[in-house]
Ligand binder design. Sequence first.
Ligand SMILES: [Zn+2]
Length: 468
Amino acid sequence: MPFPIRSRGVAALTALGLLLALAIGSVAQSATQPSTARTDPAPDTLFPNQGDPRYDVRSYRVRLHYAPETNRLEATATISARARHRLTTFDLDLEGMKVGDVRVDGRDAAWTRHGHKLVVRPTHAVDGTFTTTVEYAGVPREHTDVDGSTEGWVRTPDGAVALGEPVGAMTWLPSNNTPGDKARYTFKVTAPSSVQVAANGNLVARIRHGNQTTWTWRATDPMSTYLATIAVGKFTIYKSRTKSITGRRIPLWSFADPTTDTSATLRDVLPEVIRFEEKRFGAYPLASAGMIIDNARVGYALETQTRPFYPYGAGVTTLVHEMAHQWYGDSVTLRDWHDIWLAEGFATYAEWLWGAAHGEATPAVRFDRLYATPAENELWHPAPTEFVDPADLFGTPVYTRGAMTLQALREKVGGTDFFAILKAWAKEHRHGNARTAQFVALAERVSGEDLGTLFSDWLELDGKPTGY
Ligand SMILES: [Zn+2]
C-alpha cells in the first residue's frame, strides 16, 4: 500500500489508554481463543484475536458464485490444514455471511459464532492434517479500519474487488487470517458471462455454461490472506509475457476497467519496473505478474499478490511501490504486523531508487532533507516498530522513517553490502515469513558490522535519532 493516499486516523493512545486497551484486548481474546500449547507460534501482537496459531493452513480451495447486481455470493471454502497438536476445537475468521454447513474430514461438525470467530468443534479431535469445508452465503460487508479506511469485499459500479489489508479477507473467506499462515489458493469463481474475473496467480481455465462463466485461478506461491484478491466486473484483459533476469518468461495478466485511461501507462512500464527491481532485489519471486485497475473508491493501491490493485489515476511511482512489495511484503512477509516497516519501508525505498534513476533526488539527498524535519514532527513518533494503535499501522514513521532506516544502513555498510543485504533477504526468506530481528542478524552477517544500535535508534527509539 503506498503512502500517503491512505488516510491516517487517531493519535497514539495515552499510557492509561494503552493499559485499558491491553486489558480489554486480553479479556476479549480469552473469551474466544482457547489457550495455546508450547509448540504454537505466538499470536499476532497487533491483532491477537485474528488467526488461530494452533494449526497451519496448506491450501484454500474456494468455489464462489457471484451476482454483481445484488452483490450476493454463495461459496464453499475447502481448507486443508495441519494441526500442530490434538485439537478438539479450532477457529476460523469470518465476519458477516451466513454459514450453512461445516464439515471436517467429511463429517458434519458443530460450530458456533462469536464476533468474527467461527468456532468449529469436529466430531473427532483433529491431529495432523485435516480438511474443513465451510458452506456460506450472503452479501459480504465492507470492513472499516480504525484509521477510517475501507477494505474487505469492496463494491464497484459493475462488481466488486476484495482488498484484505490488514484483516478484510475474513469478509469473504473463512480463513486463518493472520500474515504468518501462508497457503496456496485455488479460486473457482462463477459469474455472469458479461463480466470478467481476476484473482491471484495464473488463469488455468475459463469455461462458459449458458449465461454464466467459471474462471479458475491458481496461486501456487504461498500467500498470506491479506494479499488474496478476487475482482469481478467489466475488464479489458491484456495478456503478455516479460523475461526475468533468470531467463524465465513471466506471464503478465492485466485487468483494466475499460472506463479508466490509467491502464496504458502502467502496462507499458511494468516490464521495465520488473527489470529495474530484479537488478536491485534479485529475480522476480512469483509465478506471474500484472495488475487490476478498478473503480473502487478506497483511496489506496494494494500489493495483492502477483496482481496489485490500483485505483483510477494511479501513477508509475505507485506501480514501483506495489511491485517492490512482490519481493518485500508478498514473497518475504512479515510474521507480525508490528514489523510492517519490512514491507512499507522497503517499498518506499524502491520509490526512492526509481526516482533517483529518473532525474529526482538521490536517496542520500532525500534522507538529508527528511532528517532536517523538526523533532516534534509526526515522522519521529511513534518509532516504526513501536506503535500501539492499529491506526498507526500505515503511519508516516512506518513508510518514511522505515525507508530512512534503509538509507542509514546503506551509509553505514556501503552500497555493495547494502544491495547484497537486500538480495539475500529476498532470497533466504523467499515465500516465507520473517521478523525484524532476522533482518538485523542478516545485515550484520553480510556486512560483518555490529548494527544493533543503528536499528534500535531508527526502529525503536521514540523521537528523532541523533548523530546521523
Ligand atoms: Zn505499500
